[in-house]
Structures are given as structure tokens and as C-alpha cells.
Design a protein around this ligand. Structure first.
Ligand code: ADP
Length: 495
């Protein structure tokens, strides 16, 4: 099958979140199954042109009544199979992408011209197919920045060589929808009738994700449980109605993890590899973590790890909110150590720094570090994710593979991956709570720590049970293929 991924992030070229990992890993997994996969992505300023091949000739893209000119660069996706590599095409446009930041910078978190930039990108997808003379059977778009791709396919681009092409839209996070003033609709070159028909209209604004959801042949999100939750008012971010309306074409497919990078048997960031057969390396990793974060070297005290964006979505309010969050009591009352790596909202970074000055058993690093994130996953005994919502979540899957028991809220993909501990049977892979309150977080951490001290055989069995789970992309890729096939079958019967 010929598949074109339209995305604004893909590792190792551009990343702000899990989307970047998912797109590249899925593309590789599909290529390994013999499919012809290509990726189209903007050539951001940070991607060095000198490392890319150049396609001869400029490419014209019509948006908003004028033609924009761009260059196209290309490279093989690192890590893709030698015999069937995934080819990446980079769309170069100085005015739109020749700047720092993908969607924005700290001073301007959502670039003012984002609707124009991403309208240009979505149109470029079709121009690229023409330029290459290569026409995919499936156009797979990701999140709001490429949500216009299914819209353009349905309204105008499904002609000639693309007559049988279908679109799939993956929602990686429903919290970000791309809502802009409808003056920006002008850039799409679509009729105003389509504004309503394709679902752009959102209280007199223009909602790109909503239009994508309305227009795509098939839609999915990144876990089965999040697919159900997003159809309820509590988690639907006002799009629950549209998703319910499309429920026959909407499903959840769990992300996989990159087991070449996240595997305790081969991890190059940890001092000694380990596996279910020999867990000595985990003890070494714990000591290395305590040294790295200048914690007392206490092998018998449980370490709780966190690696996270410090935003409301991740439940940091309930944990670190001044005079409200439970992190202080957790560290003060319970015999444990806590290590955090993260960056995000300034208030939260400040609170965390404050706590780490005042508590001897709480250490934090504000910033982003691949190496430290691996050491935290390997060296911790427990991993805390009190998410408000979690489309899939990667860290709990990393934790499970590293024998680190997740403490998670009963939401989203966390439910599809973690099984709550049952003290009667000793079965489970983690600890779960329902309500997002400081008290519930405190109680569940206490429960987990008590289990570590007093039900050690259960705790150790749970580690092994988690490590034996399979979160490979191979499994997810099969389900994506089934989704593509369902889209093609639906189009064939309709057409
Ligand atoms: P989200 O995409 O919502 O941030 P996920 O759990 O799906 O959450 O994926 C987050 C990814 O980013 C994980 O791979 C996680 O380890 C990584 N990550 C987040 N913050 C940091 C950080 N400060 N340092 C290193 N890695 C981080």
C-alpha cells in the first residue's frame, strides 16, 4: 500500500510531543511490513538544509488567491528498513518556516500566521504528489496542523490520480484544535458553503481540527479508552458531539513504544543492562540515579520518578499547586525519595525549585534531557502520572518495560496499559486512582509505598508482569492497516 504521512513533527527532525515519535515509528513499522511510506513535513529553520538532498525545480502552491513558491528537500528517515526506506520530503518556505519554533516561541506561543502557514503546508501535500508523480492510496494526517489535508482531499483535490485516495486523521491530543478567526478561511481558497459543510464553523470562528474530523474518511485517536472518553462532554473539548456523530468511523489505536531506544536490555543511558532474567542492573541504575540527583544512597527506600511537561494536562496543579498540592505532604510524611525531570509552566517550575530547596528527599531538574529520562525510568521503583487527561501516554509504557510500577489516574491510555493492583491476588502492574485531587494522589502514593515495604513479593511480581508486556509498534501498525483498509473499502462502496 502507498501511504503518505502529512505531519508537522517527526523524530529526529522536529519534536514537541508524542506525535513526533508516533509518526516516525509507525512509518517504520509499516515499511517493515513492505508498504511504501513517505512523509511530508515543513523544513523548519532548525533542520539543516546541507544534510538534505534537493529536488530540482521550485514548487508553486496556491493559497489565498496567490501562488507561494517553495523548494523541496528530501532524506531517508533514519532507522527505516534498508530494503524499503521511508522517504521524507521537506517543504521549504523561508517566510513560513524559516524561524525558531514549530507552532510558536515563548514570546508568541501560537504564531499569528499559523492558519496561513498550515494552510500552505496542507496544499503543498497535493502539489508534492503531482511534482513527484507519486499518488498515495492513503493520506494520513496528524492533529490540527495537518487537519486541512482531509478537507482539501474531499473538497476539490480528489480528482484524476487521487480519485481513489482516502484520508485518515489521527487525533493525538484533542486539547489542541487550531481555532482561528474566520478571516483566515480566505487562505483555503474554498467556498463559504464548504465552511459550514466541512465543519469549520465553531461559534463563528474557524476550527481546523473540527473540519478535519468532519471531512476525513476515517478518524482515530491513540488509545481505545481515549476514543470512548472523547465522545463524552467531560473529555470532548467541545468536539464530543462531532466525534459521536462520526463514531462509526472513529476508533482508538494504542501507540507503541520505540523498543530500540526504550529497552532495559540495550539502553545505552543506564550503567548496566537488565531483563526479567537478571534484575541486578536495576539496582545499579537506582544507585546511579541517587548519585546523579544527589539523593542519599538508600537502596531500600522507594524512588518515585516523574518525567513530564509541566502543564495542567499532567495533573501538576494537584501535585504542586501552592498551599494545595500534595507533593509536600507526600515527601514530608512518607518514607520515599522523589525525582522529577520536566519543564513547562513558569509557576510550576518555580514551585518545584522551591520544594527541592526545602525537602531533602525531593530532587528536580528543570529542563529536557534524554539521558536523564532513561535513568529515571530505570532507577525508579514507581513512576507518577496523575494526568487530567492522557490520549495515550508513553511514559507509563516505558515504566512498565523497565520494571517501574506506574501510579496513574484512571483515564485515557493509562487505562489501556496499566492494570490496577489487586492486593487479594497480588496481580496487577500499577496503582490507579479515579479522582484528580491532591488527597487521591497522596493516598495512592501511600498505598504504593506501603506495598513496596509490606507486600514485597507482590511488588516484585508486578515488576516482572509489566516487563513482559508487548508494546511494539508492529502491533499498532497492523491496526492502522486495518483502518486504512476500512477507509478504502468504504470509499469503494460509496464510489
Ligand atoms: P505528551 O506527549 O503529552 O507530553 P507522552 O507521555 O505521550 O506525553 O510523551 C512525552 C514524551 O516526552 C516522552 O517520551 C517523555 O519521556 C518525553 N519527555 C517529556 N518531558 C521530558 C523532559 N523534560 N526530558 C526528557 N524527556 C521528556
Amino acid at each position: 500500500m502507498k501511504i503518505l504521512m502529512a505531519t508537522t513533527e517527526a523524530v529526529p527532525f522536529a519534536k514537541t510531543g508524542g506525535l513526533a515519535d508516533a509518526v516516525s515509528a509507525l512509518s517504520i513499522a509499516l515499511a517493515q511490513e513492505g508498504h511504501e511510506v513517505r512523509i511530508i513535513i515543513p523544513r523548519y529553520y532548525s533542520i539543516n538544509r546541507d544534510t538534505l538532498g534537493h529536488l530540482a525545480g521550485a514548487m508553486g502552491v496556491h493559497i489565498g488567491g496567490r501562488e507561494e513558491w517553495s523548494a523541496v528537500y528530501t532524506k531517508e528517515l533514519p532507522g527505516s528498513p534498508k530494503k524499503n526506506p521511508v522517504r521524507v520530503y521537506f517543504i521549504d518556505h523561508e517566510q513560513f518556516f524559516g524561524r525558531d519554533g514549530i507552532y510558536g516561541v515563548p514570546a508568541e506561543p501560537d504564531f499569528m500566521d499559523n492558519p496561513r502557514r498550515f494552510t500552505f503546508f496542507a496544499r503543498a501535500v497535493f502539489q508534492l504528489c503531482r511534482k513527484l508523480g507519486w499518488y498515495p492510496e492513503v493520506l494520513h494526517a496528524h492533529d490540527w496542523p495537518s487537519a486541512l489535508v482531509p478537507v482539501f482531499l474531499k473538497y476539490g483535490e480528489r480528482t484524476e490520480e487521487l480519485a481513489k485516495t482516502v484520508s485518515v486523521l489521527t487525533v493525538h491530543n484533542l486539547g489542541y484544535q487550531g481555532i482561528y478567526h474566520k478571516d483566515n478561511y480566505y487562505y483555503t481558497n474554498l467556498d463559504w458553503q464548504v465552511f459550514y459543510e466541512a465543519g469549520f464553523d465553531d461559534w463563528n470562528m474557524m476550527n481546523l481540527l473540527k473540519a478535519g474530523i468532519t471531512s476525513a474518511d476515517k478518524i482515530n485517536t491513540v488509545s481505545p479508552n481515549y476514543a470512548l472518553e472523547t465522545q463524552t462532554q467531560a473529555y470532548g473539548f467541545r468536539l464530543d458531539g462531532v466525534l459521536r456523530y462520526r463514531s462509526a468511523d472513529y476508533r482508538g489505536i494504542l501507540n507503541g513504544i520505540d523498543t530500540r531506544v526504550w529497552n532495559p536490555k540495550t539502553d545505552r543511558y543506564i550503567p548496566q543492562p537488565y531483563s526479567v532474567k537478571d534484575m541486578t542492573g536495576k539496582i545499579t541504575a537506582k544507585e546511579a540515579l541517587q548519585k546523579e540527583f544527589k539523593l542519599p544512597l538508600e537502596p531500600h527506600v522507594p524512588i518515585i520518578g516523574m518525567v513530564t511537561r509541566l502543564t495542567e494536562q499532567k495533573g501538576v496543579g494537584e501535585l504542586f499547586g501552592p498551599a494545595y498540592g500534595s507533593a509536600w505532604s507526600i515527601c514530608q510524611d512518607l518514607r520515599l525519595q522523589m525525582v522529577l525531570l520536566g519543564s513547562g509552566d513558569p509557576w510550576c517550575e518555580n514551585e518545584i525549585k522551591n520544594l527541592s530547596y526545602r525537602l531533602a528527599n525531593f530532587k528536580a531538574r528543570i529542563g529536557y534531557s534524554e539521558a536523564e529520562s532513561h535513568l529515571i525510568e530505570a532507577g525508579s521503583d514507581l513512576f507518577l502520572m496523575p494526568s487530567r487527561y492522557e490520549p495515550c501516554g508513553l511514559n507509563q509504557m516505558y515504566s512498565l518495560s523497565y520494571g517501574t510500577l506506574p501510579i496513574v489516574r484512571n483515564t485515557g491510555g493509562l487505562v489501556d496499559t496499566v492494570t490496577n493492583y489487586n492486593p487479594d491476588t497480588g496481580k496487577g502492574t500499577g496503582f490507579m486512582f479515579n479522582d484528580l485531587t491532591p488527597q487521591a494522589i497522596y493516598d495512592t502514593v501511600k498505598w504504593a509505598v506501603d506495598t513496596y515495604y509490606n507486600r514485597r513479593s507482590h511488588f516484585e511480581a508486578m515488576r516482572l508482569a509489566g516487563m513482559k508486556q508487548n508494546f511494539s509498534w508492529k502491533k499498532s501498525a497492523k491496526q492502522y492497516l486495518a483502518l486504512y483498509e476500512a477507509a478504502l473499502a468504504k470509499a469503494a462502496t460509496a464510489g
